[in-house]
Design a binder for this molecule. Sequence first.
Ligand code: ADP
Length: 356
Amino acid sequence: MATVRFSGVTKAYGSTSVVSDLDLELPDGSLSVLVGPSGCGKSTTLRMLAGLETVTSGTITIGDRDVTHLQPRDRDIAMVFQNYALYPHLTVAENIAFPLRANKTPRREALARAATVAESLGLSALLGRKPKDLSGGQQQRVAIGRAIIREPSVFLFDEPLSNLDAKLRVETRTELAQIQRRLGITSVYVTHDQEEAMTLSDRMIVMRDGKIAQQGAPQDVYARPADTFVAAFVGSPKMNLLEGTLTGGTFTLANGFALPIDEGATDGPLTLGVRPDDLLPTVGAADAPARVALIEHLGPRAIVTVDARGTELTSVVDTARLSGISEGTGVELAVRQGATHLFDTTTGRRIAGETR
Ligand code: ADP
């Protein structure tokens, strides 16, 4: 069992805590992704687990072992960085076998195990190549192979894909998720990219200012963001977040623009959240208070920016349903049934129990 636990973990530099009183449980075999904006403390959290940063207070355990003060080499972990630094003069097989050779495993046995690992990563045909003759994605898989061969109980990934171009990043991300599921090794992955976190993780842990803003299955975090920070951070294009007042089923912005919504919440000031996919424009009167400011075509769908009395709203519409809507068109806006998110404007917290 390699469940990872952080209990009351704080990391402070002088009087500034960059990770504060963190309680976190990462189940055995899971792929947990720490995600959040730059500076929120995700790398520091990973590096404390790796033993590359000291812990100011609290404890970290892996399985039933307290590793808080152990040296990195004694923690039974392997880490894959964005700069995977393969040895240029060694072949793929020798690169993967390197950690075993460093442990004095006989060459023949080390290479045989490297061949098995390479097979699981689809690298068998490349065993004799040098790193310079590999694509970026293949190099990253070799780096993963070099980590796997040690059979660690926990894998750590620190933005491992950020040096790859967009297409390769998506491909390698899929491969990585498949490898992780096949091996079933508890893995912790750090990224600032919410889409990468959504697609890869079993558990998504959104961090803000050294604390956990929300954690859970990615689809749950997306469907029920706990506050306006998470609501704005997860999902692209960003959720529309509008301050206004609810009165008898009509939500009215400060500029007077009104939107009917179907949620039964107490009348009063609120922040309304609507995902762009859930905001539905239809052709309205030429002098309607909302009009289309911009249409950006994505192929099957288009991003429609609507100006509602000076407030910009974002809608994503199937191209087939754009008929009659062009830049300058006056539109009526509706919110898809059951798709509103309501937040307390003062605290930013989701209003419990009153939305789906
Ligand atoms: P992230 O990985 O989420 O971008 P980090 O964990 O790298 O964030 O950093 C969290 C915060 O800790 C940042 O505000 C950073 O400036 C601060 N920090 C990191 N290292 C040090 C250090 N050695 N001394 C002081 N502050 C640091």
